[in-house]
Design a protein around this ligand. Structure first.
Ligand code: ARG
Ligand code: ZN
Ligand code: CA
Length: 239
């Protein structure tokens, strides 16, 4: 694909309380974060440690707020079984060409979840809890910088967790170091792994599990993995 990849975003808000019926301002603050994080325009990009300067990436994907759909449903939590994407909630709008984002209360401490490429279009998209969406309104520390959506869109674009969901597992990306396991909070740099390969963990990668202020980069290898989806016949579509 030549030039900028552009992805329209349909935001599906499911609310019971007025607080859950988040404002367009809060939604737009999330779109703004996605545009910064996927274009190396985040203010903390300059905080990437020097040892990773050679691999830190400008992914080059733009996100455009397409429309906001809202529905009142008398439900306190939606879980992670895709119920919010069914007629009880809001079914996705043109999921083959647009990113559908559901905003609701998930419950059980889950910040968000995503469907990888290649799955059913009827459930395609990402889900982010309204308390962890964007940077204003109900966005709640330490997940109030919009990085839950950045992480989940990473999954939607085929990225795995940096620790490969196993002890010293693989994320199928060559330029990210192998991690022992997920990292939480904001680890002090350098944080060392005992896995084989480069010992300094890339805890500031969006595909780790740190607090929002602890993450600030994708790598070139992750970029290649994401952008390959937009080739002719690929699993994702760009306008
Ligand atoms: N799926 C992960 C969870 O719910 C998302 C983690 C996002 N991390 C973040 N700092 N916002 O736990
Ligand atoms: Zn994840
Ligand atoms: Ca790797």
């Amino acid at each position: 694909v030549n030039g900028q990849i552009v992805i329209p975003v349909v935001v599906n808000v499911l609310y019971r309380t007025t607080a859950e019926n988040i404002s367009v301002t809060q939604i737009q603050s999330q779109i703004d974060v996605l545009n910064k994080d996927f274009n190396a325009q985040n203010s903390d990009f300059s905080s990437v440690p020097t040892i990773f300067s050679g691999v830190k990436a400008n992914v080059g994907i733009r996100f455009e707020l397409d429309q906001v759909r809202r529905k009142y449903v008398n439900r306190t939590s939606w879980g992670t079984t895709d119920l919010m994407k069914k007629s009880t909630g809001l079914t996705p709008l043109t999921p083959t060409t647009k990113l559908n984002l559901w905003v609701c209360t998930i419950g059980n401490g889950i910040l968000g979840y995503a469907q990888f490429p290649g799955g059913s279009s009827s459930t395609d998209g990402v889900v982010v809890d309204s308390k962890y969406l964007g940077t204003t309104g109900t966005a709640t520390y330490p997940f109030n910088l919009g990085r839950t959506a950045t992480h989940e869109v990473g999954h939607w674009l085929n990225l795995r967790h940096i620790w490969g969901d196993a002890t010293c597992g693989t994320d199928l990306v060559a330029d990210t170091p192998t991690h022992n396991t997920a990292n939480y909070g904001v680890p002090t740099y350098p944080h060392y792994s005992t896995c084989s390969g480069s010992p300094v963990e890339m805890t500031m990668n969006y595909m780790d599990y740190t607090d929002d202020r602890g993450m600030n980069m994708f790598t070139n290898g992750q970029k290649t993995r994401m952008l390959s989806l937009f080739a002719a016949g690929g699993a994702r579509y760009s306008f």
